[in-house]
Design a protein around this ligand. Sequence first.
Ligand code: PMP
Length: 369
Amino acid sequence: ATPGGQITLNELPLRDNLRGKSPYGAPQLDVPVQLNTNENPHPPSQALIDDVAESVRAVAAQMHRYPDRDAVALRADLAQYLSAATGVGLKTENVWVANGSNEILQQLLQAFGGPGRTAMGFVPSYSMHPIIADGTDTTWLAAKRAADFSLDIDYALGEIARLAPDVVFLTSPNNPTGASIPNGDLAALVDAAPGIVIVDEAYAEFSDQPSAAELIDRYPAKVVVSRTMSKAFAFAGGRLGYLAAAPAVVDALLLVRLPYHLSVQTQAAARAALRHRAETLAGVARIVAERDRVVARLGELGYDVAPSDANFVLFGDFADPAASWQRYLDDGVLIRDPGITGRLRVTIGLDTENDAFLRVSEKLAPTDL
Ligand code: PMP
């Protein structure tokens, strides 16, 4: 018998707002073609692998000491990258780092949400936003996207005015639907919001749209831009998320972060990955070209495809998406069932993986739509 196996979750003294909830659960299956978690399909180059290994080897000699609590060198590198990428002059003190942008979002809700406070999102969007709200005991307010998954700005302004949320989540490009929010619309939403607006830009490098970082100087007490190295930087396993905001926002997060949250290995490996960014980001252009090829082919096959600025595509209209998801899997292609009527989501992979995905899509087009 398993020690303690006689007790179930329901019998534990769990907080009421966590009862009946499900954990984040994208399947991790060992199949030939994995296109379900919006990772970058390009593996690191030998030069990057060597640089990570050398860098981690060097810091291993200091592993008996705690890491730099404030990760200053890494934040300086990221500030330099993000300034070049966005055209906004960001400094080290504008940037904060954590173990994935999920931890960034959690720290933001620890500081600006919490018991008695609310966070609003526009669904369907990233499924972790409400889960992190639950974990921090922040009341989640689910506002809706339009039928075509765009943000209806008048409706959104109305919901923000009506419910005055302490935190607003805006995901741009939005996961799982793919489109970005133009900065003009973002500014109107920020104007209406009484508190913090988190712009989740996990997929920004795949988009041509300007970054919401442009709005930080105008709205220093409101705009926080969340980013990650998991997608464009092909560093999902390395776990490095970051944000750009006014320095005071970083001061707020220092109050809730756990000391030494970012290991010496993570800091060293992330800095190595950043040194190879020219090569890694060249792969992003290939993914964007492949995305456009997949979108065009799905359209030819009669699928309804949502426009995408990201490294994934939402498509349908399936009569029974769960059954069609299984058919892809039976042919060795793992995609995502995001639980949206008639839709499935595919991550753009390597050319050969996309070909495998399109071959199944050709087979299903006449029968499953
Ligand atoms: N935001 C969005 C919109 C995402 O899709 C994801 C990853 N699926 C994340 C944040 C979190 O990624 P990570 O914790 O790996 O940075």
